[in-house]
Design a protein. Structure first.
Lengths: 271, 252
């Protein structure tokens, strides 16, 4: 009987001990879980803050690039060249030409100012700027060059959105530097090709080639640099040097002359 | 002979307009010119011109003040302006013509050719009246827009437009009195004008007035039921924009 009681007591003791143990275990588990939760919340907060900061930093970078872009568009070289050309027409007493030239210049400026406020514009509007710009340059250079714009048929220009003024700096380079010394049958070709959800852009001229032209100009590299920066934001790539391919045609084929610039932009539809 | 007057405080405008008119339009005669609002009112009342070239900013007031102060509005009005964005907005709403400075000879010539055609239609005073209404009433409720077809000119309260639909290069207006008006301008132009009045382009071919949404069906890319029982599809890329705008519209 006594044995039984002591056995029972022992059992109770064991049970109690077990309970204590499991209580301790529970308590441990509780603290472990609480700790984990706290840790998790902490991580979440840190991640959130870091993410936000990164977002802010990206935003700031975007703004900075935009400002640079604005400065690039307002390339003083281009503006003063235009004004100088008007002065030239005035000296030649060509009222009509100076007037036409001037109002075209104003139209182009309006388009550029309007579009540079936006992140994306319709491809149609971008093409308008490009054509105005080229025609304006033709007028200035008295049609010393021709141009061709090819757009692949699968691009619906009204419904496609592109970052404004990405192509213009390269067109400017081709005309100002590639065609610097009046070249015969000078031809500027601009291609837009839609493939795998990217628009592949190329600007090709048959001018003197970038290796020769590059020695003189600083604007050229600035344009490339800023466009590289813009493209790395748009394409979300880290290595911005790979965004633009620049090829001097003479380096590939001795019989050829000129430069090809190519890059890609994401294909974005408005509706 | 078509009688024209030029009202602008800058001598340059007088020179350029005068020269182009003289060269290109033998049947137009500039009968008088003025460099401020006061003198402008006098010459309009004296000559009753067919065409008025009018500047926006002048030293003693604006071209709008001038229009307010005269009763005679039966002329074809062409604004000449450099940049004033707000002014341009009001001008576009009334379908009044405008030329930007510096004057482009091609644009100018086209405007004047159009003006000569329209002189005979005798409806310019309607546009000017609408224009004056719009700049005087700042309240959005009374804003009006001029819709011009080849035969008619409609003045429509913006709040009465339920939606617009594009058809090639035309836009169809659906009004709350069941009228449909077909205008030969693109939907893009109207969506740029109307976006500030609770209109939103939810689809490539549809611009809707948020005031007339009855129900929004969220499934798939979405379908909007308008109060006139029409159903308008939502482009899948515009769904979140519509939801955001609707939210803002309900809780401004």
């Amino acid at each position: 009987m006594k044995y039984e009681t002591s056995q029972k007591e022992q059992k109770i003791k064991i049970l109690e001990k077990n309970k204590q143990l499991s209580d301790a275990k529970n308590q441990r588990n509780f603290w472990l879980i609480t700790g984990l939760i706290i840790l998790f919340i902490l991580f979440a907060i840190i991640y959130f803050l870091a993410h936000n900061r990164q977002k802010l930093r990206n935003k700031q970078k975007e703004i900075e690039t935009e400002q640079k872009l604005l400065r690039l568009q307002m390339n003083p070289h281009f503006i003063f060249n235009a004004i100088f050309a008007i002065q030239n027409f005035i000296y030649e007493n060509d009222t009509e030409k100076s007037s036409l030239y001037l109002s075209n210049f104003a139209k182009l400026m309006r388009l550029i100012l309007e579009s540079s406020r936006k992140n994306l514009i319709t491809f149609q509007d971008e093409l308008k700027i490009i054509e105005y710009y080229i025609q304006f340059q033709q007028l200035r250079r008295e049609n010393s060059f021709d141009y061709k714009i090819n757009i692949s048929e699968n691009i619906d220009t009204e419904n496609t959105l592109v970052p404004p003024m990405l192509v213009q700096p390269f067109i400017e380079n081709a005309i100002e530097h590639g065609f610097e010394d009046n070249i015969e049958n000078a031809l500027l070709k601009i291609n837009f090709n839609l493939k795998n959800n990217y628009i592949f852009v190329s600007i090709e001229d048959n001018g003197k080639g970038i290796k020769k032209a590059n020695k003189k100009s600083k604007h050229q590299s600035l344009a490339t640099e800023i466009t590289e920066e813009r493209l790395s934001i748009i394409l979300k790539t880290k290595n911005k040097e790979n965004n633009i391919k620049i090829i001097d045609l003479q380096m590939i084929d001795k019989t050829k002359k000129g430069t090809i610039i190519s890059f890609k932009i994401p294909f974005i539809e408005e509706f | 002979m078509i009688k024209a007057v030029v009202i602008d405080d800058e001598q340059k405008t007088h020179n350029i307009v005068g020269e182009i008119i003289e060269k290109e339009f033998q049947d137009i005669k500039i009968v008088a010119s003025a460099k401020n609002v006061t003198k402008g009112i006098q010459i309009i009342q004296k000559h009753l011109p067919d065409i008025v070239f009018l500047d926006v900013q002048m030293p003693d007031g604006t071209g709008f003040d001038l229009l307010k102060k005269i009763n005679y509005h039966n002329f074809k009005l062409i604004f000449i302006t450099a940049h004033e964005e707000n002014a341009l907005q009001a001008i576009k709403f009334s379908a009044i013509d405008f030329i930007l400075k510096p004057i482009n000879i091609i644009d100018f010539t086209n405007s004047v050719i159009e003006a000569i055609k329209e002189i005979k239609q005798d409806n310019e005073h309607i546009k000017i009246k609408t224009f004056l209404n719009n700049i005087e009433n700042s309240s959005e409720k009374s804003r009006k827009i001029v819709l011009k077809t080849t035969e008619n000119i409609y003045i429509v309260n913006i709040k009465d437009i339920i939606r617009c639909e594009s058809e090639n290069n035309y836009t169809i207006f659906f009004l709350n009195d069941n009228r449909k008006i077909l205008i030969s301008k693109t939907l893009k132009e109207y969506s740029e004008l109307l976006e500030r009045y609770n209109f939103i382009r939810i689809h490539r071919s549809h611009l809707i007035n948020l005031n007339y949404i009855e129900r929004f069906e969220k499934k798939d890319s979405g379908l909007v039921y308008m109060k006139d029982k029409s159903k308008v599809p939502v482009s899948f890329r515009k769904k979140s924009l519509l939801l955001d705008s609707f939210e803002k519209f309900l809780n401004p």
